[in-house]
Design a protein around this ligand. Sequence first.
Ligand SMILES: [Zn+2]
Length: 404
Amino acid sequence: MDFDSNGGNKRVFHRLGNKQSQPHHQHQQSHYPQNQKRAHGGLGGGGQRNDGFSSRKNPNFNNTWGRPGGTSGGVPPKKMERVCNFWVQGKCNYGDGCKFLHSWSIGGSFSLLTTLEGHQKVVTGITLPSGDKLYTGSKDEHVRIWDCASGQCVSAVHLGGEIGCMINEGPWVFIGLPNMVKALNIETVTDMSLSGPVGQVYSLVVGNDMLFAGIQDGNILAWKFNPATNCFEPAASLTGHTSAVVTMFAGANRLYSGSMDNSIRVWNLETLQCIQILTEHTSVVMSVLCWEQFLLSASLDNTIKVWAATPSGNLEVTYTHTEEHGILTLCGMFDAEAKPVLLCSTNDNFVHIYDLPSFMERGKIISKQEIRAIQAGPSGLFFTGDGNGQVRVWNWLAEPKTAM
Ligand SMILES: [Zn+2]
């Protein structure tokens, strides 16, 4: 690996960020479940994501998918949904009267804090293994590490292969590469290479104290951390998909895997047996996640499907949301008022922001290239990474109150 310290811009995003949520900041940091779990020597796990999206229960929830009702209803202003080229160059004379957007977003509940420049190709992973450093990975074969206080890139680590995905768990950052997973321990500053994958590693997830890698050849490999040897040991191979496994989610004793074979497989996390195959999507399944008791899946077939368990335990589609374009990735998080929102990136370079469960559109993010990576952060921040290598830092704002 080689390290360099060039690149990065000098804008500050952490300090600028979200003054009203500063008091929560410490609480948010201690929120990170991983640091405690490390004491057990294992991976932590349990399958909950950092953003806790699947772990919070809404007591008032009932099945009202797609039915607007009672959630925040800020109607985005109607303008041409194209960013003004003159504004981008800093010289639009039309001001507020311009029919194009003078903003990279539509909707008042979030704002752009800064753009992090450095990656040369599509950003495929964004993660925050500690409160003060942001890690981004790209097909340009580099992981960049950004200081959250200064917004500067403090190092760029060359990994010698395209980065297909990146996650963190406890002190570990796991990076999906061609034919291996790289495990970096950010506390001991050591790294290991986990061999076994054949082809690109496109997806990674931790569940039931195991690390799972979704691979180009359609297999899913699992490793278990052995504290005695301080090594990750091969634990299982989950076979069945006939094409690349591009997304996975672990939760509630289940592993969900989405594939370029257009199917989702549901695996029991204890037995590692496939217990159901979901075949309703007609194109690549790009993203799966759990919210409340539901599974959400998004596909290049332009749909998000919401799955619920029948009394027999099988999953069935309970709601289908349709976009005009293929869907690249989903990310669930909570806004400044702790309402659940779904960020949905489509291959026309938009991110649609929906309230759940109504799917009422709350706003949009506009990008020059497709957004492949979205990650929730602490202190009301979230991050997007696009096909040009740009990483953007956003923060949630309190909804503007309408004057009476
Ligand atoms: Zn303009």
